[in-house]
Design a protein around this ligand. Sequence first.
Ligand code: AMP
Length: 402
Amino acid sequence: MTGRTAGAKMGGILTLNAGSSSLKFALFGPAGEAPLATGLADRIGLQGSLRLKDSAGAALPVAPGSLTSHAQALHCVLDSLHAAFPGIGVGAVGHRVVHGGPERATHALVDAALLDDLATLSPFAPLHQPHNLAGIRAAIEAFPEAPQVACFDTAFHRSHPWVNDTYGLPRQLYDLGVRRYGFHGLSYDYIAGELARSAPALAQGRVVIAHLGNGASLCGLLAGRSIASTMGFSPLDGLPMGTRPGQLDPGVMLFLMDQQGMSPQDISDLLYKQSGLLGLSGLSNDMRTLEASPAPEAAQAIEYFTARIRLEIGSMAAALGGIDALVFSGGIGENSALVRAKVCAGMGWLGIEIDTLANEAHARVVSAAGAATDVLVVPTNEELVIARATRALAGGGERTAA
Ligand code: AMP
């Protein structure tokens, strides 16, 4: 694709989240916090499909084009956005990047040196980082003059104290980068900001956020700063997820390699694609499917998922010295009253008690009146965090392209 050149259009912000076979995107205007459009190109390279909707959720027409590569998918996305919003150009592009390395605590304008540096982190997140970087390269090709901003999922967690940043391994491995990075930072950043705005006193306290989606993790925040997270060196650790097992005795890996003859690729597939809710239920990684299923294995998968979340909430509370609020977010956390109820059941010892009616109504506050710990449901908005950072770093999105 050739570069799209500057025109007399208003400079919007395009946010991109490039996965192995998907491209999630949103278009924001030059100002304002609500996206003009959001969408997803998925199954890129297979039988790709592109969906695009406006701010009211109505489907927008999709431009014709092939979805056989990320660059082609981006081309198709841009043509669709151009047709729907002819007055809005792309002034800057913000990218979700899973790994920023051990030092980077803030998001950054992309230049050649940063791209090279981020590529050295690909071995730390081989299933995500190379695709994120391919998305940046495709956007640079499409908009050579627009600032590109990299927003890191690890950045929010760089405030962890050393004990929550290290493993009990020889020190040279820490120096080599074997650390607890923590992920889902864009989501936690959004929720921390939302709490600071809507519940400032609570935001100054001890808050555990449960980001429960297809990927799942907890974050413990003290006065708005991340102190601990259940995800560690990779997005595999901590809670069970749609297709990942969560916390696992490393001895299992040795057994699989030594006794079962599994290769690193076999183990990677097992850990990233075949475990978690899918592996336990033998049915699906999708919580809606499991909740609707009469199969005992589906119920057991939900039991394991919620039991591990309860254990890890206890662990986060220990890291924080107590808990003032528990916040549910992510596709499951925001939408599954069953999961929230099961997580909170038996957590009275931490002051967590749920109001059944409020929970079933998906209210913002779902804790029982008088409970010591507030339980909230806060929808996350990672795209907005990327758009804000991109506006700030790119100088307000004033340069136009497209
Ligand atoms: P995410 O990765 O944040 O998009 O979340 C995806 C997960 O949210 C999937 O497991 C979905 O099944 C789950 N989810 C979405 N809506 C609901 C719902 N209404 N009830 C239960 N789970 C849901």
